[in-house]
Design a protein around this ligand. Structure first.
Ligand code: MN
Length: 156
């Protein structure tokens, strides 16, 4: 009987604790999707991780090499892919082509993040199918606007 009583007590306590967390914390976290970031620069990875930590509901997975990024994309089917141009193994342009040529990953919106602001690059990648070509240093507001747009597209 004593055992039953203590179990009942903990049952009463936990819903209250959960309710308190929900009222104190930010509004119920809405699942917004998984973002894969393929980038070899640790500072850039940390920057994007820091930005996305302030956006609840987004899970970030990362790859520091192109081929590993493609494997992660095939296995995890993220909602959006952020892609660097200069990677240690294969170029971001090749990664993007390989993603597009695979029926599993072809529908995933790709946002290029590159330090290369050469005129014509953005147009070249957009005609190859990327949703946006953002140059570094990253304009955070622009990045979030494009990411939200891509996530909304992925959900639709
Ligand atoms: Mn790079």
């Amino acid at each position: 009987m004593g055992t039953t009583f203590s179990i009942e007590l903990s049952d009463v306590e936990s819903p209250a604790a959960v309710a308190k967390l929900e009222t104190d914390g930010p509004a119920v976290v809405e699942e917004r999707g998984t973002v894969l970031y393929i980038e070899d620069n640790i500072s850039n990875l940390a920057l994007v991780q820091g930005i996305l930590e302030r956006r609840p509901g987004i899970s970030l997975i990362t790859a520091m090499q192109g081929r590993f990024g493609i494997d992660l994309a095939r296995n995890n089917l993220p909602d959006v892919i952020l892609l660097d141009l200069n990677l240690p193994d294969i170029g971001g342009d090749e990664v993007q082509q390989l993603l597009r040529n695979d029926v599993r990953t072809a529908p995933i919106p790709v946002i290029m993040l590159s330090a290369d602001a050469t005129p014509g690059q953005a147009e070249r990648f957009k005609s190859a199918g990327v949703v946006a070509y953002l140059t570094k240093p990253l304009d955070v507001a622009e990045f979030l606007r494009v990411l939200d747009m891509a996530l909304a597209e992925a959900v639709a």
